[in-house]
Design a binder for this molecule. Sequence first.
Ligand code: ZN
Length: 376
Amino acid sequence: MGNNLIEYCKTCLNPSTRPNTFFNREGLCPVCVYERNKRAESIDWEERRQEILHIKKWGQENTGSTYDCIVTVSGGKDSTRQAFFTKDELGMNPLLVSCLYPPEQLTKRGAYNISNLIETGFDCLSISLDPLKWKALMRHGFIQFGNHLRSCEMALYAIPIHVAIAYKIPLLFYGENPALTIGEKHGRLDGDAIEMQEGNTIKGGPESLNFGEGTPQDYHFYEYPTYDDMKNANLRIVYLGYYIQDWYGHKNAEFAMSKGLITRTDLPQDIGDLWGFSCLDEEFTIVNQFLKYHKLGFGRVTDQVCEAIHQGMITRSEAVDLVKKYDGACAEKYISMFCDYIEITLDEFWCHVDKITNKDLFEHVNGKWQPKFEVK
Ligand SMILES: [Zn+2]
């Protein structure tokens, strides 16, 4: 079926169906261009070091608190790396901020990891949101958009900003610039994250969810503070990954595991994840990646192999095999858990899958959606 329903980057496997991505005339995605520049040593790391030290100084001069920066954490590999980087490498005094999943959603592994991170010597402010509204929003997101994580992402991004304004800590660190790691361009191609709220899935805030219940006050922490509030608070939001030369999944996982992080032992054919060190604190991301695969023709395995190609861990043809085998995989048990959680039946779930599946990319064969596109 040698068609090109999906174009792939010539050197990695970034797909043309990724939202907000673009290939250059050579057929390369933005990540490959960035990585090529990095290899050609056209990136001056000493200059970046000086830049982040300036940012640190700015944070210390402009804080109205005893903390000089905020690091958003989930207790996973990336946030663990960032927390230690600000404290040990930059010599800063970070306040960690986390939004905890409701107990029904948070895994034991996730609870352990965040506790473990705090116990290594950090102050952490954790915010828990009303689990009933949380769940209602997830259910609504699934039914309306086939994406139950949109509301969660809104809260995860907005909460640290509310905290920054309330505690007068204007410097916030986030992990990675999606334009540089997965080639999804929301804002600028550097360490500045101030335009992050334009991100594909969180754009528009709670209003964009068309959720008819409740008043805006009910969704305070899902909503970004206004642009004026952010401006008046003199916020500076920075992607820390941009300043760390060996910032990538495996390195971050290796570092976090040396600090006690517990990862998954599940198999790739069950979780659509090759390495088992992402999204450790809950299981419904696995279902979300499965849904994304049906909408866009790629899931987490595609992201992972692209990074692995860039790190020289696998070849492009090995990547093709892995994507064909595992991308979009999701064991029945996660789907059942998800349906139990948002209180729908399995039939309703599959009905929605049929609805959201991209019929240009998939066809129904023997009761299953099979890709019409060829990964190559
Ligand atoms: Zn590429």
